[in-house]
Every structure is written in structure tokens, then in C-alpha cells.
Design a protein around this ligand. Sequence first.
Ligand code: GLY
Ligand code: MN
Ligand code: MN
Length: 437
Amino acid sequence: MNKKEYPKRRRHLMQMMGHNSIAILPAAPILIRNRDVEYAYRPDSNFYYLSGFEEPEAVVVLVPGRRQGEYILFCQERDKKMEMWNGPRAGQEGACIDYGADDAFPIDDLDEILSGLLEDREKVFYTMGFSAEFDHKMMEWLNQVREKSRIGVHAPNEFVALDHLLHEMRLFKSRSEIKIMRDAAKISARAHCRAMQECKPGMMEYQLEAELLHEFAQHGCREQAYQSIVGGGDNACVLHYIRNDGELQDGDLVLIDAGAEKQYYASDITRTFPVGGTFSEPQKAIYKVVLAAQEAAIEAVIPGNHWNDPHFAAVRVITKGLQKLGLIKGNLRTLIKDEAYRRFFVHRTGHWLGMDVHDVGEYKIDGVWRLLEPGMVLTVEPGIYIPRGSKGIAKKWWGIGVRIEDDVLVTKDGHEILSDGVPKTVDEIEALMATSD
Ligand code: GLY
Ligand code: MN
Ligand code: MN
């Protein structure tokens, strides 16, 4: 990430907050996996977006107009012994020199100092209700300020959800953010290609997952943006399938939904392909409907269109396709109006993508689907799922679950598909799979 972005973001946010305000953002907590084993630490996206600071046990405070400095970073103190166990810390000096803080204090002094920073501020911006512990502390600090009212200190009157301003900023990606997201998508695309080439009947789903992780790491991404989904056959019909412990069967499709995280930016790609390298006729028929729906939806990703337009495009194509295959019956308009497709296509066509896989940003403004604008990144991911045992559905369709997902940037003139490095037509997929030995 271009280091100049962080101060720019902080300035922008402070401008919107206005004077007499303060913003407070705690770092993400360390999470325990079991006993004394921790999960890999991942900074909170809002916190990192403003600070570029990766250590836990820290709090960012922004105080627009504060004479002694507007950006204060509370963080762990340097500690030779602890650093020998857990690695180097920036300390307060590093916070100022390397991370641009105007002022830095030890995290252990937070209680002592924070109430003072709240004095005579009118509005407090923070993410309420996210951490009960932090909410509680906030009230304690507030009460400390209130206790000083008799000596003329004014306590804040307003608590404002920080999310609204910050999430609107995060929704529009800068040039350097787009570059990182393009890289992340490229790496994920390579991983999906590798999975197609390495896939063999008899493999376990987690072995295919290992191929993806291998490719991510070989290209600099140690983390996935979310738990990969690798679902063979009927498992593809479980939308959040992450067990990945089934055996891949010849004749089945496998659905892979996986994306690398690069510098805390997500990619999110889904491809569905035949375990044995060749689609059966029913699989092909469903696949082609989903692909046509995805292409129609991507075509609708242009500035000025509403958020819902790609979804609506996908719904039309899927409904028409299901009708043509005899899976739903009736008049097209009525079928769409009655949402008949929802039996097979239960989720929406996409979501914002950024530092979080289901990224922040409003989808509606004043109750209306918002307009797409350049710099927004979204996924386009229609699907059709027909689990085994589906009542009233011919057996030949059972166990077919297809989703195709790409990451799409809205540009000035239309869109750019960030994840187009992996095949998605039937012929392209079969051709790529045929190249493996
Ligand atoms: N991988 C999560 C999603 O596609 O929304
Ligand atoms: Mn997605
Ligand atoms: Mn996905």
C-alpha cells in the first residue's frame, strides 16, 4: 500500500467529522483457538485502513484540531523480554516515526489519558456495540469527564456511529487499493486454474484446497480472504460448505469458492467444474444457464446503473433458463414476479468487495438501491443448486450445484473484471483440464 494513503484517509475522515469531535478505534482482539494457542492475528479492517498498523493491543484516536497533534496512537511499549518471545514492537517512538502518529502513548495508559481527550469534545465517533468490553470502557471514560462538569469541563453529548463515514470512504477504492485487489484476484485466478489441472477423482476435497493454498502462498498470500469452499457433488449445494472432507467422485461437479487475501484485501472467486474433466449433458445445461446469467449480470455493471440491476439481469436469465429446462413452469413474467427461481437460486448476485470479503458500504440510500460509481468493487456470483432428493425434480438434475463468481471493478466507462484469469466456458474448462496429466 502506498504509505501516503493513511494520512490522507485520516485527514479526509477528520474533515467529515468536523471540529469538536473525536474518533476512537480499538485494534482487533487476539482470539484464542484452544487453551494457549492463538488464531493468526488479523488487524481490524477499519483500524488498519486508517493506521497501517498491524500490532494488537492498540487504539487509534483522531482528534481534529487538537493543537498538540490530531492523531494519537496507543500501543504496546517496547519490551526486550516480550519482544524476544513474540517479535519486535514499534513502541511509541516507532508509532510516531514509522506510522505518522503525532503523539503516542503506552496502551496501559489508555484509561488515564482517554477521558482527558474526551473533554470539551461534542461528538464521539466509534463503532458502538461491537465489543461489550470497549462499550463499557467508553461509558467509564465518559463518566470520568462528567464528574468534572462542576469545574467547567464539558462532556460529549453525542455518540455517532463511525461506520457511516468510514465505510463510505472504504467503498471507493483508490488506485493503489485497486492495484492490490487486481493482484489478489490474479493470484486467486491462478490458484483456480491449478485446482482444475490437479483435480482427479478419488482426491479428498481438502487436497484440492491444499492446491489452492499452495498457489496463494507461492505468490505471496499466506492467508485466504475467507475459508475456502471445496464441495464435490451434493456438497456444492451447501452454500457455506467448509468441511471440505469429502472424496471427489468421477461424474460429479466440484464447486470451489476461494480467494487469496493480499495486504488485507480480499479476492473472491468461484468456479465449478467436472471432477473427471468432462461435463455431463445435464451438468452442461445448468452450467450454461448460470454462465449466461453471470455474463448478463456483469454487463449490467456500469456506472449509473442501480446496485440491483446486475441481480435483476441474472434473475431474468436464470428464470428463463430454468423454464426452458422444464425445472419451473409457467409464464416468464409471473415466474419472475413470484420469485420462482428462489427454489434454486437462494442468494443474491453479489456484494461489495474490499478489505473484508463482504465489504462495507451501504447498498441502499434513502431506501433506494444506490447507483454504481467508478471505484466500487463488487462480486457477481449467480448460482443454481439442486440438492439430491429435490422433490418433483427429475433425478438427472440431482446433486448439481453451480456458482460462477468474479470480482468486478466499476470503471468510468463500464467495468473491469479483476478475476478474468481463469476460464469459465465449458470448452475452456474442459480444454484446460485436458492439459493435466
Ligand atoms: N465466499 C463468500 C461469498 O462468495 O460471498
Ligand atoms: Mn462472494
Ligand atoms: Mn465467494
